[in-house]
Design a protein around this ligand. Sequence first.
Ligand code: NAP
Length: 466
Amino acid sequence: MSQIGTPENPLRVAVIGAGPAGFYTAEHLFRAVNVVTEVDMYDRLPTPYGLVRAGVAPDHEKIKNVTRKFDATAANERFRFFGNVDIGVDLDVSTLRRFYHQIVYATGAQVDRRLGIDGEDLPGSHSATDFVAWYNGHPDYRDLEFNLKASSVLIVGVGNVAVDVARILCRTTDELAATDIADYALQQLAESEVKTVFMVGRRGPVQAAFTNPEIKELGELQDATTEISARDLELDPLSEKQLAEKPDRVISKKLEIMRGLVAPAAETRSKRLVVRFLESPIRFLPDENGHLGAAELVRNKLVEGANGRLSARPTDEKEVIDVQLAFRSVGYRGVPVPGVPFNESWGVISNNHGRVMDGVDGTLRIGEYASGWIKRGPTGVIGTNKADALETVEAMLEDAESGHLLQPETPEAVAVESLVRQAQPDFFTYEAWKRLDELETQRGARLGRPRLKYTSREEMIAAVRS
Ligand code: NAP
């Protein structure tokens, strides 16, 4: 047999997960000089793009243009998509090892982190990740129910996901109708009775995780005022000292944007978004029906840790606010892939710069890699995954060069296809996805919307067959 990585004997790679991390991995592999690679990309959904489809806020349409890059990668003749194939359910990793030289896990971070407070599981208390997946039409989340009859909502956390959720709750129906938000979500949000949204950060404004364009956008909503109290924007001595010692233009700009929200325009708007800092919920309280009725918040102060990081410590100042709906938005976590070592405390696949590592003794697993959020945790923007994927691909190519590869019994592309067909007869090729894409766009155009998503697997399968 000729050397692996040649046209006659290509390097055969399975990428698990068709989000940004998966596509950037494939892109870098195809760019490698002197190594011919074939990529089979698997996703448990029939549709590709991961969080670009199911996570990016529907009113951030421009961000979704990155899918054109992914389509360009998918157009490579050595690329195949096996959508609607759940690795760990339809096919397991040990089977894949018989067909590929290398396997890359790019499965992202699908679930939320928890607060660990009383009442967190009351009806009406949810993770932001569930709500995001719901309004974006993710098939596994479309049947969730959220109490949009609530008049007050609490969002815990001040990252960009919290901002997305706040914006979607505060947008008008017209604003939302101009997006590709799931149709059922549009209908339910049109009937929403939400009047006040509290978005609460445990630390101060200097430590707010949201980025500047995102907080600025909150001041530009059509029919909602965004406000921050002057007290919350007063800098505590520790933050002030850190900023004085290490000036940061981005943070200064963020503070300036937030100061512009201290005295919002007096005109009457339908909704209020109140951003608060230095507060944490300590328990959620039920109403008389056992549903979420209120949240008890404690005022925090900042203390400096050994590494210079400022963290929140509770004071004695407490307050109860009435809220009937709450979203915790305190970060995502990865989900283990059956048969792959997982670091429970970090919520990522155990790895060393992308090479999967057995948790117990830290030995590297031959031919297995991680890329994106499942490798480094849920940080950064979509583009951050490009550099992250490059690191993984460099490790893969180095291992290919030195012959540290899986030894598949049947590396032929055709063999895998028949295996997939057996395991999941309704798998989606990229051509099937592009057909669905076209149908969604056509359905949307008829309503003056960018796209009308199909939101169940059955609908998707029926649509491409018709
Ligand atoms: P994030 O940026 O890490 O923010 C998490 C927030 O939760 C922080 O405010 C954090 O506060 C807070 N938090 C963590 N544990 C907490 C606890 N126990 N109690 C109270 N608050 C707690 O995460 P994210 O918002 O989920 O976003 C994930 C990544 O996706 C980020 O990199 C984000 O920028 C990116 N993203 C980008 C966009 C965009 O570009 N428009 C949109 C969505 C997401 P501390 O700082 O005190 O830990």
